[in-house]
Each structure stands twice: as C-alpha cells, then as structure tokens.
Write a protein that binds this ligand. Sequence first.
Ligand code: UGA
Length: 380
Amino acid sequence: MKVLVTGCAGFIGSHVVERLLKEGHEVMGVDNFDIYYSRSQKEKNLLPLLLHPNFKLEEENLATMALVKVLKGTEAIIHLAGQPGVRGSWGTSFHRYITNNLHVTQRLLEESKGNKLKRFVYASSSSVYGDVGEVLHEEMKIQPRSPYGVTKLAAEHLCQLYHQEYKMPTVALRFFSVYGPGQRPDMAFHRFCQNILRDAPLTIYGDGNQVRDFTFVDDITEIVCAALTADVAGQVVNVGGGSPCTLLEAITTLEEISGKTCLKTFLERQKGDVFSTRADTAKLERLFGVKPKTPLREGLALEWEWMKKFVQSEDDEHAIKANIQPIVGVDQAVLAEAKADEKATKKAAKKAAKAAKAAKETKQESIDLPETNAEEKPEV
Ligand code: UGA
C-alpha cells in the first residue's frame, strides 16, 4: 500500500515508517523538523531509513504546504504529526496546538475526502480523558485537563465528522504514554535516563504517585500498522494497557536497570497533568485481536541502552564542535590585501555585468529595428 506518514521524523513516526517498510509498503513521509526539539535527534531517527528505496521524505509544513504534492496516489494516511507536550500547552504557545493539532488535521481530512482512501489513522492521546475514572474506556464522558488534550479531542471529533459526512475510513487511536528508544526529550523516561547517565537529580512533578499506563513503542506501531487493514472505520480505540504503575515505581525499575540510585528533586504538580491513566483494552482486543505486551522492565531496558548511545553521540558531536578552533596567526596585512582584492574583483564583476547588460539592450534595439521597418518595405 502507498502510505503517507505525517510526523515521520518524530519518535513514533520513525518507528512506524520502519515497520511499514519492513512490511513492504511504499512510504511517503512528511515532517517539518519543528523546533520543539532538536533536529539532530529527528535526523538520527530517520537516518537508517533514508536510503530505503520505498521511502521518500518531504520536508514541509502541513499547515501551509500544497497537500496535493503528498496526497496524489496515497492509499492510506497515518497522521502522527502534531504539537506534543501536555504541560507546555498553557499560555501563549496555545496557537501552536491549534495550528498543528487541529488546523492541520482539518486540512488533511478536507483535502483527501474525495480520494477514496482505504484508511485515515489519527494519533490521539490518553490526554483526552482527563481525570474521569480509574479505568478509562472509550464510551466514557470525558473532560480533558490540558489545552493539549482539548485540541487532541477536537481533532478526534473532526475525524468522526468526516467519517459520518464523507464516509472517510477514519480511526482515532488513543495512545497511552508511549516510551522506548527514540523517545521525545521532554518526556519523563528520556529525561530520567539522561539525568542518571549524567549523575544529575531527577525532577519529579508532584509526589511521584501519579499512575501512567506506559506503553512500549513497538506495541504501538504494531497496532498502527494493523489499523490500515483492520475493520475499524469510524472507531475510537485505546492503545495502552502496557504497564500501568506509579512514576516512583517506574523510577525504581530504572534504578535497577542502570544499577544507580537516583537523587530526586520534587517540584510542584504541573497544571494539566492527570493523576492516573489506565486503559481499558477490551475494545482494542476485540477489534485487533492483540494488546500491548511488552513489560515495563523490558521496554525500559531497551530505552536505557538506546539512551547510552544517544548521549555518547551527542557528547561526541559537542566535542567536535568545541574543537573547531578559529584560525589564528593570520598576517593582518595579508588579510587586508586579500579583502581589498575581493572588493576589487566584486567591483569589476559588477562593472562587467552592467556593460554586458547595456550591450545586450543595444543589440536588442538593433534587432528590433528592421522588424519595425519591415512593414514599410514595399512588397515585391
Ligand atoms: C505523554 C506525552 O507527552 C503526550 O504527548 C501524550 O499524549 C500523553 O503521554 C498521553 O499518552 O496521553 P505524559 O503522560 O505527561 O504525556 O508523559 P510523560 O512526559 O512521560 O510524563 C509522565 C509523568 O511524569 C507526568 O506526570 C509528568 O508530570 C511526570 N514527569 C515528566 C516528571 O515528573 N518529571 C519529568 O521530568 C518529566
């Protein structure tokens, strides 16, 4: 199948592209390498995939680009691009959430509504629930607690509207705290692993007793790819149920994996942070016949191994940059002479260009003349 993956250079996006290519799909990836986090991490995510003959990358902004460029011939869309970050969605940055989560989703739906897509997979989030219950199931009355969650829910509603009105085969998958190799740098485990490696204290928001249904990225990609062909049009489905535990319990596991005892700094609970997320996976199992299976210890160990290499590569890059020395000991007189030469060359080039332009214009006039006079010539 020819699949368009938006946000292909991101954490989940790059894993999804890798899996789709392994499964034999043809993938068009779009990413604008947004400044939310480092371009270098995204490039590292994509590097192993760039040479694959079935992968094409477009560096474009979905909010402004001519979408026809990437929609032509596309049979399915996996829409993962968005503005992430629960805690940062308050205040003046909200317009980024509106544009990247809501407006972009509407553009994609609108532009592809007549394309007879086989599937439109939308990456939603457990953040749409808020703190509405112990176990979260799709039929609950929900109330997001962060502006981020509000935009994710609104985009989910758009998908359902386009399904109802235009028969678009949309499905919204609600991901629960995804983790694993390549995780975004603002997320808890990325920060914790990095700080452990750098012997820095871990910052914990609140008392650390918040519960998250941590879900390993490979379990997520398995469901995302299965959603291309499963009978799920018009559905909203939880994709979680990996390993619910408190943040402190997860940190203890990380201490065991790393063999280090962490220093912890406790800060105030962050606005928008929910107390608990636990996915009810009955619908997931019914529709897909599978559910996330990777135990937290196994998934965290893989993220830890990835982080060791990632931190090393970042350190190597910084060391190379720091070692690039400015050229010292240049004779100032020679430098001044070279600069004067450069100036003279530029001046001469400008003069020559001007002369050439004038000559061209004169020639043009002399070519035009006989044609103008042609009418006056007597017919023979
Ligand atoms: C994550 C993602 O960031 C969202 O994009 C996604 O939509 C959401 O999961 C979801 O699944 O709904 P979050 O649950 O906040 O959001 O995931 P983490 O950033 O990994 O944070 C988990 C918990 O650790 C939060 O309570 C957070 O406050 C806490 N945390 C995070 C810390 O205590 N310290 C940190 O340095 C980072």
